[in-house]
Design a protein around this ligand. Structure first.
Ligand code: FEO
Length: 394
């Protein structure tokens, strides 16, 4: 079965479509454990609402599932919380079949959805902060959450049952049939999801997290992955991520053609461990980009180790620098090291990017060719110094 449904409280049905067939999310981020699209049907005494759709490539599963929950033509409202195609791709067809339904969304959602998702603009209605619609014995309240992840986004609160539908916010990867995160935390990838999708919007995500905290819902129901009913841990994790508060961790990201730079990087990693940091050594040629971002988010110290390639960093490191430029991490200290064959240049580009991001550089070590004993000792000392500076951030 590539989808399942579960009534989470009386009249509220979760449908989860399991995506195990596409190897990448947004056609870029590797999802070896799959991902999922959740949508919800809320049935009250005087109407029914659909909250979010799904990726159009899962239209067969989406309509099979929705029809199993209710007659589509009986929908009163179709709610679009965010018009990225993974949630809006099936909504135009829903609206064709639900001839009496009104499509509700933010002003931005309706504008983007017209262009991106063929919304029928003669049957749409803008909703604003705090506005409510009634389904009889169930009331849906809309809470604006712009830039989490697009300017169009909002949350939807089901007042009587205290369920907050959050679309991308609090989402996770993993194609699991477990409904709630506490049933099987290892089945869901919250950190990779946050790091790759929401991290650039950390300030706006923090506002949405604060609104969630104030509301204190019984259940948080995102449109990807696990639902949450134990909010304390979830909110404190999100508060840490959105404020860029690092852990006692270091990332050593390595680009090395012939293991000379890698040998020195290993020594630096030992130096970081000696002062008490948990160290992830990641080969930039093999790393998944969302893993790189997740390590970067949680690390207090980043050591970039790069050989020189055509006068520039190792190509995997160049890619990592591009990620840094786009995701703009905060609250880190860094160091740079690398081997070169003749003219050098690899570490120079790394330093430029770190400086442009205002990440303090604790030190730099370059050496020609294979690292000598003295180079290895200096690499370990660089690691120790970096670690000591990182500890000051905690
Ligand atoms: Fe899951 Fe930004 O869409």
């Amino acid at each position: 079965m590539s989808w399942f449904k579960r009534e989470i409280v009386d009249g509220v049905t979760l449908v989860r479509i399991l995506n195990t067939k596409l190897p990448r999310f947004e056609n870029f981020w590797p999802i070896p454990n799959g991902t999922s699209y959740n949508f919800y049907v809320v049935e009250g005494s005087e109407g029914a609402a659909l909250i979010d759709g799904a990726d159009y490539r899962f239209s067969r599963e989406f309509f099979e599932a929705l029809e199993s929950v209710m007659k589509i033509e009986d929908l009163t409202y179709v709610i679009t919380q965010h018009t990225e195609p993974d949630h809006s791709g099936t909504l135009a067809e829903v609206m064709r079949r639900a001839e009496k339904a009104i499509l509700l969304g933010t002003k931005q959602a309706l504008s983007i959805g017209e262009a991106l998702a063929d919304f029928p603009m003669d049957r749409v209605r803008e909703v604003r902060e705090g506005e409510e619609v009634s389904l009889g014995d169930k009331t849906l309240r809309f809470i604006m959450s712009p830039m989490v992840h697009w300017p169009d986004t909002m949350l939807t609160y089901l007042v009587e049952d205290s369920i907050l539908f959050t679309c991308d916010l609090f989402g996770s990867h993993g194609a699991s049939d477990r409904v709630f995160y506490d049933e099987s935390p290892d089945s869901f990838e919250l950190l990779d999801y946050y790091a790759s999708i929401l991290m650039p919007y950390h300030a706006m995500a923090a506002k949405a997290v604060a609104k969630t905290k104030e509301l204190s819902p019984k259940v948080v129901a995102p449109s990807h992955g696990a639902l949450h009913r134990e909010l304390e841990g979830l909110l404190s994790m999100y508060e840490r991520w959105t404020s860029w508060k690092p852990l006692k961790k270091a990332l050593v990201v390595v680009g090395s053609q012939y293991e000379n730079t890698a040998r020195a990087a290993d020594e630096a990693a030992d130096g970081l461990r000696e002062v008490g940091l948990e160290v992830a050594v990641v080969d930039s040629a093999e790393a998944d980009p969302d893993d790189l971002l997740a390590h970067t988010l949680e690390a207090a110290a980043i050591l970039v180790a790069t050989s020189t390639h055509n006068g520039h960093p190792f190509l995997g490191i160049t890619f990592y620098l591009d990620l840094l430029k786009e995701y703009r991490p905060k609250n880190k200290v860094a160091a740079v090291l690398g081997s070169f064959g003749w003219g050098g240049g690899g570490t120079r580009d790394v330093k430029k990017v770190l400086e442009s991001l205002s990440i303090p550089i604790v030190g730099e070590l370059t050496f020609k060719g294979k690292p000598k004993e003295g180079d290895l000792a200096r690499a370990k000392e660089l690691g120790r110094r970096l670690g000591e500076e990182a500890l000051k951030l905690l």
